[in-house]
Design a protein around this ligand. Sequence first.
Ligand code: HEC
Ligand code: HEC
Length: 216
Amino acid sequence: MLSPHSTCVVKTIATTYNILVLAVLAMLPGSALAELAMIEVCASCHAEDGSGVGFEFVPIIAGTPASHLEEALYAYQDGARRCVGVPVMCEAAALLSDADIAELAQHYSAMRRISSGETFDKALAQTGEAIHEEHCAKCHVLPHDENVGNALGIPLHGQRSAYLRMALGAYMTGDRVALMPAMAEKLKLLDAEKIDALANYYASYDPLPENASPSQ
Ligand code: HEC
Ligand code: HEC
């Protein structure tokens, strides 16, 4: 799924941040220092603003509804998501208490949602839109939809494409378990071509207008 070059980049990220994770492990659990250090660990990949800019496979988490961030962090903790590309993500999640998870989810959900602003193919994006509308839109609404916090799925529009492709690949190979059987059924309908179309469609999402409020 990943090209040899991408795999190499992922390994470099993982090795560099193993050191940080070990440093946090050494601190007293629950101490204020550990809490601050934990946010630094997250920021080392996701960036201070939750954009993950600079790392191809790291998702944008800024402005994602807290409920979805929590659900994802618990999925890394209990093994429903296995972090095959970047094991340090699961190692970091394993260190979090329930209170840390609630706090970090609040921290990132309160941030302004951004889009990856990637280039995309127009024709593929149109094909992707049709697939999305038919099979995914019921659960995955736009990041600025007023009901995004109550939607069943995590917002996908404007998310980094390399991450979306990796995540979809992981559900297909079983490295991620889709938490809703209804989504697992939909994913069975996808192939490489449809995933490519969907990735182009999600990349076609324009950044939020200046005055839009974060999705909470
Ligand atoms: C070594 C880099 C790295 C570090 C450190 C890291 N992450 Fe991640 N994070 C990733 C990658 C890569 C993924 C995608 C992993 C996957 O699903 O295989 C991810 C996924 C996530 C997701 C899922 C987002 C979604 O849309 O489903 C959340 C939430 C998250 N990280 C929060 C955190 C928090 C909070 C911390 C700090 C405790 C943290 N991450 C530390 C790299 C990192
Ligand atoms: C019945 C509701 C439902 C449907 C339909 C659905 N999903 Fe999901 N999706 C979810 C939920 C819930 C999650 C988060 C939990 C998980 O990882 O399973 C999710 C997570 C995802 C993620 C990971 C996002 C992230 O940030 O980590 C991707 C990618 C995804 N879905 C793509 C799709 C695509 C593409 C379709 C249509 C072919 C689709 N989903 C249809 C409910 C749904």
